[in-house]
Design a protein around this ligand. Structure first.
Ligand code: PEP
Ligand code: MG
Length: 765
């Protein structure tokens, strides 16, 4: 093997790896059969590393089989077989770990195989041959002399193992049976997460940011590869710097933290150096990045620290980004189009990114992050797409194209499911469809409590297509039309005519039913590339920053255009317009004034005007409650946006995955606050409702009814379940119970309410 000074050895190892790669390249290009190729491979490796034994074990029928060897008895080839976990070879494959032993026989897992004639060899080093994070074989070297191998020798072996992993698949080094064995190794798995949007779906895994396929591993021109990597690093750093300055990255994620880590990795000298060393050993830029990544993965696997695991995801993201840049395989899966029923996999997504997908093919979404009220989740809910969030280890387990069964009702996903799991899923799916049919059957039932109070059940919407949801659910109208969705799906600021057309279409589609248009709520996790902060600075805290009405009032051109569009679209009808994020009454006055100004303008031009204009506000900022008495006489309606309201009440970012499960909507703080709002408005002629996600959940809706709320605007999929719920409720008892619970809150109101409902046969799950 290699010897001399550390520097000599380092360059020796690089040289050895290089010779091997060149040798392997030639072997693979030859026309010999798979076995002959493998025989030559072990010779080339053994010779270049000056090693007495070099053997390759490959996975076949679930066993590691000696496929080729230089140095061990040839009779053992295809005879010696080890189970995963058995002997040193089996252990390497099982743990996906490198072993480096001066005295192999003294290792507790050593399993002596007399047919190989290996007893005279003392030292042993083996590395797993990994494909898509699974061991598909083992490459090992042995020596008579008892010695530990140098780190750089191991490195050379690992580089070679990586090349072998590609060759195994690309050059038919294993037969069909063997391929079967590889997939047997990547068997069924079950992952758990947090239900963000309920529902069931089956489809193949599609990575939002697809993994790059490496087409060429061995470099033809090392200098050229080096240049490619330098350029890719420059470009990536530029991107990261831009993201940092614009704060547009990580929609709905822990932006700051992620970005800081990204920058740290992007500028990490060690990372660049290791990639360059891998290129020196003869790899292409792509293969070198992947090689270094593989090594990091192996190291990280040995460290059991969730924080580090998180950082590993960041590095994976970044390495993938670098790979995409260097290989030119840019663009998300949406830009390539979905070919089958698909379940999208991502760390996190922005609402606009989700909307780029073909709605007919996109069946589900699985996120590593995500929270109930992040906008991507709201959009998915509106699209009727189940979403599972906070799935740990997702990207380590799921591979592109894997069949998935997503059961967001139970918070789980089956990866590469077995026949039994598929059958059980089908049964559940059929049941779920039956339930949907029951809900669909409630379409024409008026939402009324059992004791006869009519409740307004409306839907939240934002797209032209959503109008079909109104017809399908039989809801009382659209209680929240998020006008910013049109802005989110558009590459440029939508012109007035386009806005007018959309609003008119929606009103026409709704017929006699009311539609409440909310003026644009841009900002927070709804960023628009074409509408940025004037000073170009990113915001530290966008949810509490320059968003919603604040943007609209500052850029009153934006609000003016929207006001004109809404007023024109509502000609001869009732226009319900609602302002988001009002914190003080004067903000409402200012927004209304913009509308009145446009109304005067249209009147002067003798245009047909709306018959009635009803102005309302969203209650999302707690401060507004302190001035409700001043605001109430000015408004026709008030809609409580519990998504934002709760994030501000608890000072808990609604899109921060870490806080997703921390606070409960059924907390006394929220419920008492809502009760106060209802009481403050008592006696004023203000129509009060709730349009946050809270109202679409049955137990929460029960609580809201107990507080006196009589209008809910909810996600379309919840209309059926809520109508069903209403048919089981008498308002008297729930109102009294709520009074009691809020006077002396139990430690866990959710549990208490669930029990209360179940005793009375009220369906709340
Ligand atoms: C809310 O904040 O509750 C709400 C309905 O508005 P959005 O989710 O669009 O911010
Ligand atoms: Mg809001």
């Amino acid at each position: 093997m290699l010897c001399g000074t550390p520097e000599d050895m380092k360059s020796g190892a690089v040289e050895a790896a290089r010779t091997i790669l060149t040798g392997l390249h030639e072997v693979m290009a030859s026309r010999s059969n798979a076995q002959a190729k493998l025989n030559t491979v072990v010779e080339v490796i053994g010779e270049s590393l000056n090693s007495e034994v070099c053997s390759v074990y490959l996975l076949r029928e679930g066993m590691l089989e000696l496929f080729a060897t230089r140095g061990l008895a040839q009779e053992a080839v295809h005879v010696t077989r080890m189970a995963i976990g058995e002997g040193l070879v089996g252990m390497i494959a099982d743990q996906i770990e490198t072993l480096n032993l001066a005295e192999a026989a003294s290792h507790p897992d050593f399993s002596y195989r007399p047919e190989t004639g290996e007893d005279k060899y003392h030292s042993f080093a083996g590395v797993p041959i990994v494909r898509r994070e699974r061991a598909v074989g083992v490459l090992c070297v042995q020596h008579v002399e008892p010695r530990r191998y140098e780190e750089i020798e191991i490195e050379a072996l690992q580089t070679v193992a990586m090349v072998l992993s590609e060759l195994i698949v690309n050059a038919d080094l294993i037969d069909e049976e063997g391929t079967g064995a590889i997939s047997a190794q990547t068997g069924p798995e079950q992952l758990r997460g947090l239900t963000l949007v309920k529902g069931l779906a089956s489809g193949v895994a599609v990575y939002h940011q697809p993994r790059v396929t490496i087409e060429q591993i061995v470099a033809e021109d090392t200098e050229a590869e080096r240049q490619r990597v330098i350029m890719a690093f420059d470009k990536m750093r530029e991107q990261i710097d831009r993201m940092t300055s614009q704060a547009e990255f990580g929609l709905g994620g822990e932006h700051e933290e992620v970005l800081a880590t990204y920058r740290m990795f992007a500028y990490d000298e060690g990372w660049t150096r290791r990639i360059n060393e891998a290129i020196d050993s003869g790899l292409t830029a792509e293969a070198a990045i992947e090689r270094v990544q593989q090594r990091t993965r192996m190291r990280m696997r040995q460290i059991d620290d969730p924080l580090l695991a998180d950082r590993m995801h960041d590095l994976e993201d970044l390495a993938n980004r670098l790979l995409r840049i260097v290989s030119g395989q840019i663009g998300t899966a949406a830009s390539m189009g979905l070919r089958n029923d698909a379940i999208l996999i991502a760390r996190n997504l922005g609402p606009a990114e989700l909307l780029e997908y073909d709605r007919r093919r996109l069946k589900g979404v699985i996120l590593e992050e995500g929270s109930l009220t992040s906008h991507v989740v709201i959009v998915a809910r509106a699209m009727g797409i189940p979403v599972l969030g906070r799935v740990r280890g997702l990207r380590g387990v799921v591979r592109e194209g894997d069949p998935l069964l997503l059961d967001a009702d139970q918070g789980s996903v089956a990866v590469r499911p077995s026949t039994g799991v598929i059958e059980a899923f089908e049964t559940r799916f059929a049941k779920s469809r039956e339930r949907q049919a029951v809900y669909a059957g409630l379409r024409d039932v008026l939402p009324t409590t059992r004791d006869g109070t009519r409740i307004q059940v409306m839907i939240n919407a934002g797209l032209r297509d959503d109008i079909t949801n109104l017809c399908m659910t039989g809801a009382d109208g659209i209680g929240l039309f998020r006008t910013e969705f049109q802005f989110l799906v558009s590459a440029t600021l939508p012109q007035r005519e386009r806005q007018t057309r959309l609003y008119r279409d929606v009103m026409e589609g709704a017929g006699d039913k009311p539609v409440v248009f909310r003026t644009v709520d841009i900002g927070g996790d709804k960023t628009l590339p074409y509408l940025r902060h004037d000073d170009g600075e990113g915001e530290e805290n966008p949810a509490m920053g320059w968003r919603a009405l604040r943007v609209a009032l500052e850029r009153d051109g934006l609000l003016k255009v929207q006001a004109r569009a809404l007023l024109e679209a509502a000609a001869g009808r009732t226009l319900n317009v609602m302002f988001p994020m009002v914190a003080e009454p004067w903000e409402f006055d200012a927004a209304k004034e913009v509308f009145e100004g446009q109304l005067a303008y249209l009147r002067k031009r003798k245009k047909v005007l709306p018959d009635v204009i009803r102005y309302g506000v969203m209650l999302e900022v707690p401060a507004l409650v302190e001035q409700l008495d001043l605001l109430a006489p000015k408004i026709s309606f008030l809609s409580i946006g519990t998504n934002d309201l709760t994030q501000f009440l608890f000072a808990a970012d609604r899109s921060n995955a870490k806080l997703a499960e921390r606070y409960d909507w059924l907390s006394p703080a929220i419920l008492r606050f809502l009760r106060r709002v209802v009481r403050e408005l008592d006696g004023h002629n203000v129509d009060i409702g709730v349009c946050g996600e809270m109202g679409g959940r049955r137990l929460e809706a029960l609580a809201l009814l107990g507080l006196g709320i009589r209008r809910l605007s909810i996600t379309p999929a919840s209309v059926g379940p809520i109508k069903e719920l209403l048919g089981h409720i008498d308002l008297g008892p729930i109102t009294a119970a709520m009074e009691g619970w809020l006077a002396a809150p139990p430690p866990n109101l959710r549990e208490v309410m669930t029990a209360w409902a179940s005793e009375r046969g009220i369906p709340v799950d």
